[in-house]
Design a protein around this ligand. Structure first.
Ligand SMILES: [Zn+2]
Length: 111
C-alpha cells in the first residue's frame, strides 16, 4: 500500500529530524555554556554561586557641589533629596550634559 509506505517514510523522516534538531541543540547549548563560563569555570548565573549576590553597590557621589549624601545610581547619581528637588535641566547642567533636542519646546514628546 502506498499509504503505509508514505507513513513509514514520514515516521523515519520525523525520527531523523528530531535527531538532527537534538544534536544541533546540544552543541549549541554546549557552545553557549562554554562561552558563558569562559572555559573551565562553573556557570554562575543565579543560584548560590552567582558572583553578583552579596556584592556591595558601587558607591557614587551626588553631583551637587557640597552635598555629602551618597548618590543613587538609579537616580543618575543624585542623592534622593537632590534627585527630587532639582529639575531635569538643573540635573543635566550639574552633570555637564547637553540638553536633549527639543527640550526648549517643553516636555511633550513627538509621536
Ligand atoms: Zn545631593
Amino acid at each position: 500500500m502506498l499509504e503505509e509506505r508514505v507513513r513509514a517514510l514520514a515516521a523515519r523522516l520525523t525520527d531523523e529530524l528530531v535527531r538532527a534538531v537534538r544534536e544541533s541543540l546540544a552543541s549549541e547549548v554546549e557552545a553557549l555554556v562554554r562561552a558563558a563560563t569562559r572555559g573551565g569555570a562553573r556557570l554562575r548565573l543565579g543560584g548560590p554561586g552567582d558572583a553578583r549576590i552579596g556584592k556591595q553597590p558601587v558607591p557614587v557621589r551626588c553631583p551637587v557641589p557640597g552635598c555629602t549624601s551618597p548618590g543613587v545610581r538609579a537616580r543618575r547619581n543624585f542623592c534622593p533629596e537632590h534627585g527630587a528637588a532639582l529639575t531635569d535641566a538643573e540635573r543635566r547642567a550639574l552633570r555637564g550634559e547637553a540638553a536633549p533636542r527639543g527640550a526648549s519646546r517643553g516636555r511633550k514628546r513627538a509621536r
